[in-house]
Design a binder for this molecule. Structure first.
Ligand code: AMP
Ligand code: MG
Length: 422
């Protein structure tokens, strides 16, 4: 049986990043930049005030203090978007608001609080009628002035190729005046559930039938990777139906099927896929999620990577995380980051007898500053509700046969660790 790592490597070896497209800014969130973003001009473009106050010449106020204020004549007003028409000559100041351009001649801003503005206002002088202002601090040259290019000078590299764009990157790109960015496009993932027993949610269930949940779990996992799911109608367990449903998804970037990869009589997926392309059928040394198919489907042009996930809902989810997610991220120019983990005390013994890597569903809680983990209950691979109640996965390596109650273990957090605080 193949190890998880070997299966991952063999899949990634056949995946190439997709092409680049110019994407409207907000839609590029979470995508990989495939180009450099440089500042086309100084950011900010002009020196501006960091405070509401007075723009002045530092030499005029050097040595000023509360006991020995310096009085200047007010010659103009500068507000954000409204530069002052007056420049600052010796002995004068311009009343200035946050974000307004610092007028020519001024080099320093003194905030209102360090002047007698409030005293004058308290005496009933309206702000438009202020004539003179007393400065009560010598402050330092350039105080409260944001210099032109202080954030980034013209030509500077702002965002490097390969960066996965987050909200701050999106904002920075907007501050450069750009509306589109070159990013690796989102992968389209075709999802095909197979099985005679399956009905879609919303339809009535007949005898022996169950609802198709895998398509929806997988689609949600695809969305969580930043890719686009393409839901195909359920394929029945016949060669003809499987073949015709596969045709519907051949223009995707990755094709995911669910079920039909065990050794049962109706497990036709591997036969069909072998006839429609080249297919490796593997048994991976993991629990849940042992049966896995991987191969390439024939189509015009470059063949389409195909991943056959197991049918049991928990196996499908765990196998998606281990194999589909890294593949989708590679298509989009990204690497799967290691999942966040915490060190927890295991509250009950867990055994792993059969030499496979065991992904145990656990509930992690924080008690008195210490993380604790306990099993969600049944670890059967059909119990999807236990995946929903888990907020962690305890991964026991192949050679780790058991862990005792009270032992310290590393737990991978799921769902952002939701529910950790009891
Ligand atoms: P199979 O690999 O086809 O033998 O399926 C294994 C188990 O997973 C069976 O109990 C199936 O009924 C179940 N299963 C298969 N596909 C789905 C699906 N799309 N949604 C929910 N359960 C499924
Ligand atoms: Mg089946």
């Amino acid at each position: 049986m193949m190890s998880v790592e070997e299966a991952q490597q063999r899949i990634l070896a056949l995946i190439q990043p997709l092409d680049t497209e110019s994407t409207p800014l907000i839609e590029a969130l979470g995508q990989t930049l495939n180009g450099e973003i440089r500042a086309p001009f100084n950011v900010p473009p002009m020196a501006n005030s960091a405070m509401d106050g007075y723009a002045l010449r530092h030499t005029d106020i050097a040595g000023a203090s509360a006991g020995a204020p310096v009085t200047l004549q007010i010659v103009g007003l500068a507000a954000a978007g409204h530069p002052s028409t007056a420049s600052v000559r010796p002995g004068t100041a311009v009343r200035i608001m946050t974000g307004a351009p610092v007028p020519p001649g001024a080099d320093t801003v003194v905030p209102f609080e360090e002047t007698d503005e409030m005293d004058q206002r308290a005496r009933g002088v309206r702000s438009v009628d202020l004539q003179r202002i007393s400065i009560r601090t010598g402050t330092s040259l350039g105080a409260c002035v944001r210099p032109a290019g202080g954030d980034a000078p013209a030509g500077a590299l702002i965002i490097a190729r390969g960066t996965v764009l987050g909200p701050a990157h999106i904002g920075v790109i907007a501050s450069l005046g750009l509306t589109k960015v070159p990013v690796i496009r989102r992968a389209v993932v075709a999802i095909l559930a197979t099985g005679d027993e399956l009905r879609e949610p919303g339809e009535p269930l007949g005898p022996g039938q169950i609802y198709n949940s895998n398509t929806y779990t997988t689609a949600a996992q695809v969305l969580a990777c930043g890719a686009t799911p393409r839901l195909l109608p359920i394929a029945r367990d016949t060669m003809e139906d499987l073949k015709s449903k596969i045709q519907l998804g051949l223009d995707a970037d990755l094709f995911i099927t669910s079920a039909g990869v065990s050794t049962g009589e109706y497990d036709l997926v591997k036969d069909v896929l072998t006839s429609e392309g080249t297919m490796d059928f593997w048994r991976v040394r993991m629990r849940p999620g042992k049966p896995l198919a991987f191969g390439l489907l024939r189509r015009a042009g470059r063949p389409l990577p195909h991943l056959g996930l197991p049918g049991n809902p928990v196996s499908s989810m765990i196998a998606f995380d281990q194999f589909a997610r890294p593949a989708i991220l590679k298509l989009m120019g990204q690497e799967a980051e290691p999942q966040p983990t915490v060190k927890a005390t295991l509250d009950e013994p867990v055994s792993n007898g059969d030499g496979r890597r065991f992904f145990a569903r656990v509930i992690v809680t924080l008690q008195d500053g210490q993380y604790h983990a306990r099993l969600t209950g049944s670890q059967d691979s059909n119990v999807l509700t236990s995946m929903a109640s888990a907020n962690g996965l305890l991964v026991l390596r192949e050679d780790r046969q058991s862990v005792g109650a009270g032992e310290a273990v590393e737990v991978h957090l799921l769902q952002g660790g939701r529910g950790i605080r009891e």
